[in-house]
Design a protein around this ligand. Sequence first.
Ligand SMILES: Cc1ncc(COP(=O)(O)O)c(C=O)c1O
Length: 463
Amino acid sequence: MIDVLVDGLRDVREQPAWTPMPEEVKARLRSPPPREGLGLEAVWAELQRWVLPYRLGNVHPRFWARVMGTGTATGALAGLVAAAMNNNLSGLESSAVHVEAQVIEWLKGLMGFPASASGLLTSGCSLANLVGLEVARDSVDGGVKAEGLQSVPGRLVGYASEEAHSSVARAFTVLGLGNGSLRRIPVDAEFRMDLGALERAIDADLRAGLRPFCVVGSAGTVNTGSTDPLETLAEIARERRLVFHVDAAFGAWAKLSPRLAGQVRGLERADSIAFDLHKWGAVPYGVGCVLVRDAEAHRRAFQASAGYLAPYPRGVSAVEYAGHELGPELSRPFRALGPWMAFQEHGLDRLREAVEKNVEQAGRVAARIRREAELELTAPVPLNVVTFRYRGRELSDGQLDALNAEVVMRIQESGVAVPSTTRLRGHTVVRLAIVNHRSLDEDLDLLVDAVLETGRAVAREGG
Ligand SMILES: Cc1ncc(COP(=O)(O)O)c(C=O)c1O
């Protein structure tokens, strides 16, 4: 199995970036479990026949949809080791707990957080945002934890830009605040939060008797890779006594590079930050991280006491890093092993080079798009996200939306590459998020060629 999987990664360039699933395959994957076991060899044959060929494709050098990390063969081995150890990081002493604590220490250092801060590895950035915002909510009103929001006088409201990730609004829903309590602040021409509009929104809410409690900055927005002015946001949060949380899902990794770190300056001033390791951290899904400056507030928000969870000075319950008291999960897998192996195998310099290379590639694609008369760049490219559209000639905006969506679907179905789409300022655009150490410059050229060719073909067919 290991040989097939590692060879598959080695030869991934020869395979389609994505393969649509035939009905026959979907039907097969709806069949009930057998009464009698088939044996491992038969199951492995099933896997190779019905599952592996239809993997998503984010391991492929030409996959740039959403914001997908590519992972590595080492990461796959880390998954195997972690599963064989089958550690449960739920407050019991073991080497895995210390590995997670060590990885958290590394990450605090990289992100400029103090040694006194706390951190937790989560399933991804959505959960990391949720944890950060729960700490924010509870630290504003200690009564919430026991009595719920019903006990809190005045409605709590928070702020994030219109471009903030959907997981921030979802965290507001899960936390019982309601996603309407997340005020969406307009952005400027570069898709960064308009700070004048933020101040006006806070003032309006205060006049209306509401209780502003937090502001969420974005470091690398999902749509365009823009970063809010984090230093000024930190100032505003301090003056207004708001908790300052930053969603830095992939932007956090700019911190590794002296060349790029200026873009996310101020990240280190946040009360909490959320980011992913399964994006630019070179590990497979799913590992995210939340760092919280006030370790005591973090623990207070999630600590749950129960007789069977009591710590003791010796034995298996004498645990030093109690991750199960820093988030909603009790049973937790050994998420830290992938990053622990990747950081040591590659070293920080190689991780930095991979980030810098992707950002350079994004700049190169943007330059090519600017040169192509039939293409239009639809947002600045500060980091690794490129948005653009096929314009052709004499097509209306309505026609262009449908045309660009069709172009993206055709390219995906062809297996040549996997871009995705988004909506920017009311238009459907083609979007590439380059988080892929396997991508070469030629791969991106091929994609631009494919958009031009497919755009012309669709336009010829009448949009
Ligand atoms: C800016 C941003 N925030 C949050 C998330 C959610 O992260 P995850 O999918 O790891 O939960 C993403 C995902 O791409 C993202 O780009």
